[in-house]
Each structure stands twice: as C-alpha cells, then as structure tokens.
Design a protein around this ligand. Structure first.
Ligand code: RIB
Length: 310
C-alpha cells in the first residue's frame, strides 16, 4: 500500500453566509449542503485522486446511515476501506460556516472518531505495509502514536498537526516519531508554544526530518536540516478554502509515496517537488465549494497548471 491515512472521517454540514457571525450574533445562510469530509478522509481522497497509487484509510464510522454513506464515498474513489471500522454510536460530524471571502469556521463533533484507542489487526497490517503513513490530530493521539511506531523503518510518517495542539512539551512523545511535520501558521504557534512564527519554525524544525509550513495564498516554506526553500502558491480566486490543507497533505504524501525514496534519503528537492504538487492541487480545490468533493484529480490539476501558465 503506498499511502495509508490514519485519521478522521466526518459528515460535513456546510452553510454559506455573507460573513461569519460574531459571538452572540445570528446570521442567515444563503445555502446549506451535506457532504463527505473529515481531515483524514479528505486527505485519503486527495492522495488517491493525485494518481495511480493505492491508498487505504484507517479510521472509524458510527453504526448510523451517515457511516454507510461516508464508507461508500471512499469506496467510489477506489480507496481500500478494510481498515475502516464501525463502532456503536454516531459518525463524526462537522458544522462548517463559509463566508463571502471563502474563509471558514469549523466545529467538529468527533463521534466515532474518538472511540478507538488502539488499532485492530486489519488496521495494523495496513500500517505495517505502508510506504507513507499520513496522520492528523482529529483522532485520539494514542492511535497516531501507535501507527507511527508500527510503520516500517523505511516508511514515512507525515503528521499534519491539525486541529492544532501542543507538540513541544515536557514528555511529548509524538514529534520523535514524525518524519515530516506539516503545519499552517496557527498550528505552528500552537505546536511550538511560542507566539512568533520564526521562533516556532526554529523550535519545530530541528525535532523532525523536515518541516512544511503552509502559508495559504503565500505558498509554503520547506525546511530540511539547514536548508530552506520557499514554494509559491498558484494565484486563484477562492470560493471555499475548506479542506485546502487536506488536499495539500494528501497530494504531498502521494508524491513522497511515488518517489521510491525513504525518509532516510530525504532532501529538500524532493520535499519541494511534493509541496509544489500539493500546492497546485490545493489551489484548484479552493476554487470549488466543499471539502472532499472539491479535491481535484491529477488530470484536472495538469489542465489547471497548463491554463495558469498559458
Ligand atoms: O479540513 C476540513 C475538514 O475539517 C472538514 O471536512 C471537517 O470535517 C473537518 O474535519
């Protein structure tokens, strides 16, 4: 298996508003849709649509109708769901507000995502066979740690530290298990516990093989050892930025998986290549509404790059 995503899967309820309400305020929405989402599932879809690589998803849905719908959505994308367990109770859900500037706020009700605290046998087999293990923080941290510790010594662990949380604390055990840490600006500050971005990069980068700091429309910063490279984003008019980071991470991981390289041989050129691929897919994704349904295929990204360069 090339990419195994260990993560969350949610039913997204997305409302379109002129502006995000302030605390205590009520606003009217112009539209509402229900779609498949969840950071982990979105990343699996992005990795799969990026190309020809086999992708598996490890996670949990509830024993409700949403769980079956979410499972089918992954199957339709050709994703191996033998590691998707079904637990008693509701599936995860997310309530998403998207405003006229394409920005969003998201509240996640974890549901089934919060239930498993250990991997089952089928899930362990998938992780052991992975070339890239891609994780986020929308499931229990114990599961992320277990998957990272279980991977083959030649396999990559890419952690997208979203939603954000402290990673640099006394006794923190996750970062030593990470090859590539992907964070946006908020996540970098929260993960490092400092309030300045340069200091956050300085605190995080030496603890992992590589750090990718995503900067939205300003592209990303790739840090690997003593080397740094800025990767620009493609200029677009965004309609919905939900899931843009997920698209980036999924395509980034798929590019590493297809490279034939191991984390021990990582260099900044490979990381920049993967970040460029992720950025192109994410740029196209933000021109479309929704999370999982906005993730482009490799052919769509290729046509988009050609149009952009024309
Ligand atoms: O990153 C976007 C995702 O965050 C949404 O699909 C939502 O489900 C939450 O997990």
């Amino acid at each position: 298996m090339s990419v195994v995503v260990v993560g969350s899967i949610n039913q997204d309820t997305v409302v379109r508003v002129g502006r995000i309400p302030s605390p205590g305020e009520t606003v009217l929405a112009s539209a509402m849709v229900r779609t498949a989402g969840g950071k982990g599932a979105n990343q699996a879809v992005a990795a799969r649509r990026a190309g020809r690589e086999p992708v598996a998803f490890v996670g949990a849905v509830g024993n409700d109708g949403e769980g079956a719908t979410l499972r089918n959505a992954l199957i339709e994308d050709g994703i191996d769901v033998s590691g998707l367990s079904r637990v008693d109770g509701p599936s995860g859900m997310a309530l998403i507000c998207v405003d006229d500037t394409a920005e969003n706020t998201i509240v996640v009700v974890p549901g089934a995502n919060a239930v498993p605290s250990v991997l089952n046998a089928a899930q362990r087999s998938l992780v052991e066979a992975a070339i890239v293990v891609l994780t986020q923080l929308e499931i229990r941290t114990e599961l992320v740690q277990e998957a990272a510790a279980l991977r083959n010594t030649q396999a990559w662990h890419v952690l997208n530290a979203a939603p954000s949380g402290p990673l640099v604390t006394d006794g923190a055990v996750l970062l030593p298990l990470v090859d590539v840490l992907v964070v946006n600006e908020h996540e970098a500050l929260d993960a490092s516990g400092v309030n300045d971005l340069d200091a956050a990069v300085a605190a995080l980068a030496p603890r992992v093989r590589a750090l990718i700091l995503t900067l939205g429309p300003r592209g990303s910063l790739v840090v690997c050892g003593d080397e740094r490279m800025e990767v620009p984003a493609l200029a677009v008019d965004p309609v919905d930025t939900t899931g843009a980071g997920d698209t980036f991470c999924g395509v980034f991981a798929a590019t590493l998986g297809a490279s034939g390289r191991s984390p021990q041989t990582v260099d900044i050129a490979l990381l920049a290549q993967a970040a460029r691929a992720g950025a192109a897919a994410a740029a196209l994704a933000v021109t479309r509404p929704g999370a999982q349904n906005a993730v482009p295929t490799a052919d769509e990204v290729a046509a988009f790059i050609e149009r952009t360069n024309a």
